[in-house]
Design a protein around this ligand. Sequence first.
Ligand code: MN
Length: 334
Amino acid sequence: MNSKQNPAYKLLLPYKETVQQIVETLNTAKNVLIGTHEHPDGDALGSSLAMLHALESKGITATVYIPDPAADFFQFIPGFERLTTVRPNVDDFDTVILLDYTQLYRTHLEQEVIGKPRVISIDHHYDNTKQAAINLIVPEAAATAHIIFPLLFALDIAVTANIANCLLTGIFTDTGSFMHDSVTPEILQISSYLMQKGARLSHIAHETYQKKELSGLQIWGRALSRILISEKTGVAVSIITKDDLDECMATLDDLSGVVSMLNALPDTSYAMLLVEHEYGKIKGSLRSEPQKGVDVSKIAKRLGGGGHKLASGFEISGHIIQKNGIWYVEPVVQ
Ligand SMILES: [Mn+2]
C-alpha cells in the first residue's frame, strides 16, 4: 500500500510540514525516549508500544517510560514487558516522543523536555498545550493511534502484527469499542487494514472490556448502587471511597467504564464519577453525549483538569465522607 492508498492519508494533509519535520528528526535518531501520561490508558500504551516496535524496525533504540504502572489487563499488548516506570535521564536520549498526554505535567517529564530541541508531541486532545519543539496535534483524530497509523507510512515503516495489535488497541479503547461519535468509515477502514495485518479484534475486546475480576464486579456494584441524579442540573453522580477500594481489593483501573454506564441514563445532562483513590486524592471522570449539549471539558478545566467535550477528567484534593446518609467532599486539612 502506498501512502495515497492509506485510508488515513487525508488526516495528516493539513499537517504536512510538521510530518516532514518528524520524518527528518526520526531519520537521524538513534536512541529515542517515548513518554505518555500517568494512569496510561489503552491509547497511551498502544500508541507508545506501536512507536517502540516501529522505531526498532528501523534499527533505532527505543525506551517507553510510563509515569506509573499500567493496569494488568493491558498485559496482552505486544511489548507490555518493555514498559518502564524507572525515571529516565532525558539527556541520555537524542530524541523524545510524547504521546496522548494533553498537558505536559502528566508525562512527569515537564521540567526535562521544555525548551529542548528534538522533542516531538503527538496527540489528538485539542487542548494539548503544544510546548514541545515539534507538535503534531490532530483534534480530528479519534485516538493518538489514529495519527500514528498514517505517520508510519510517511516514515516508510511496515505495519507488523505487533504494531497492528498496538494501534487497534488504541483505536478500540479510545472509541469506546467503536461506539463513540468519532467512529467514521475511515476508522473502520484503518481497523480493517490492521486486522489484515494480524490485529486480533476479539482478543483485544475480551482483554480490555469483557474480562472482569471479582474485585472489579464488586466495586462496580458499589458504584452502581450509589447513583444520584441531581434534579437541578441533571447530572448523574456516583462516588467510591478509598475504603471501598480496599474492601473490594479493587484499583482505579477496575472502575474504567463505570462513568460511561452512568452516562447511559436517559434524561441526564452528564455523568460524573468521583473516586478517592488515595487518601486525600480524588479523581473525577466526566462523560456526556452530543445530544445532551454539555461540554464536560469546561467543567474539568474549572477543576484543574482537561480532556474532550464528551469525556474529561480532573484530580482534586479532598476526602469523600458520608454524614447522616449524605455524601460530601471535604477539603484536606493541612
Ligand atoms: Mn487518546
